[in-house]
Design a protein around this ligand. Structure first.
Ligand code: SF4
Length: 249
């Protein structure tokens, strides 16, 4: 991958330091700097799986286009998370086909208040990460769609329960049908475990390509975590490189 000035600035903001190179070496780097192939691990040995396997209940969302689906989600009462939400968070980004479907952990308090996905500081970091990887969630030429794994904030930020995850996966499944992404980027432990079906630590889910509904899935840190743990931004960049390479394969 060759780095233009904008990408260099964004990588610096993410905490990823590109090695200093001479002008002559720069040409070599341009040719060779494509992220080193990250070995796609062989299927992992049998491990503990998430309690509720990612089977999806019959949904009432089939046949809806994106606008109608957004409206349906705003009034959805398919699980108990509707009781205490202020706003359902449908997500935003590409309106037609999306190259990347970015699935995050559940909405936080700011998202619940605004109804917007990743609306605060973590959202700004997410936008810089996407931009550095050549993706955009805003504007007419958006290439990514960002949405939470469940659309309503669980009370006091607790993890969503298996039945809530199953109920809301019907929404996510319809979003994926409509957006036909080349890749799903799972950001955060709850999104990663649900989409991989594996109850492993996030560190063990990163660095390999999973599959959800025949779409490749790459796992990375949630931007809110990266704000608290900037030392892991370089690892997040590795994940974005794997996602970029996978979505172009
Ligand atoms: S979390 Fe999902 S399934 Fe549950 S009420 Fe909200 S939109 Fe409906």
């Amino acid at each position: 991958m060759s780095w233009d000035e904008r990408q260099r600035a964004m990588l610096a903001e993410m905490g990823y330091r590109l090695p200093a190179v001479s002008a002559a070496a720069e040409a070599v780097e341009v040719a060779e700097a494509e992220p080193e192939p990250i070995e796609v691990a062989a299927p992992p040995p049998p491990v503990m799986r998430v309690a509720a396997a990612p089977s999806v209940q019959p949904s009432n969302f089939s046949g809806l286009d994106l606008a109608a689906l957004r409206e349906a989600v705003a009034g959805c009462r398919a699980c108990g998370l509707c009781e205490q939400r202020r706003n359902a968070v449908f997500g935003a980004g590409a309106l037609q086909q999306a190259q990347w479907l970015v699935v995050t952990d559940p909405p936080d308090e700011a998202d619940d208040a605004s109804g917007e996905a990743m609306s605060a500081d973590a959202g700004r970091l997410l936008d810089r990460m996407l931009s550095a990887a050549g993706q955009r969630r805003g504007g007419d030429d958006a290439t990514a769609f960002v949405t939470p794994i469940v659309k309503c904030r669980p009370p006091r930020g607790r993890p969503p329960q298996p039945a809530e995850l199953v109920a809301c996966e019907a929404v996510l499944a319809r979003q994926a049908e409509l957006l036909r992404p080349r890749l799903v980027l799972a950001m955060g432990l709850q999104a990663a475990r649900r989409l991989t079906g594996l109850a492993e630590p996030l560190g063990k889910l990163r660095g390999r390509v999973h599959s959800w509904r025949d779409v490749p899935v790459v796992v990375t840190y949630h931007p809110a975590y990266l704000l608290r743990s900037p030392a892991d931004k370089a690892g997040a960049w590795d994940d974005l490189c794997l996602a970029r390479m996978t979505s172009k394969a």
